[in-house]
Design a protein around this ligand. Sequence first.
Ligand SMILES: [Zn+2]
Length: 86
Amino acid sequence: MAKSFACKDMGMQCGFEVKSDNEDEVLEYAQLHAQKAHNIQSIDAAMVAKLKGAMKDVPSAAGTQPSAPAAAPSGATAPAGTPPTA
Ligand SMILES: [Zn+2]
């Protein structure tokens, strides 16, 4: 489950949205955005609580996560020194 944050959910006239599987990351981006775009310099605990409250659970991005296949070395079966029979 991923988290998303939309600035408009905070009552802002703003199209900013961020989404991540990592809630901390969403919070971080939301704080950065608040500072840069809305000139909110002091993000205190109350503001963090507000941001968290405005977050929503969203499904993780579907089908775009490549599953890393186990690295299978091919052709790594070189015979070690088979002497020719004379
Ligand atoms: Zn915004």
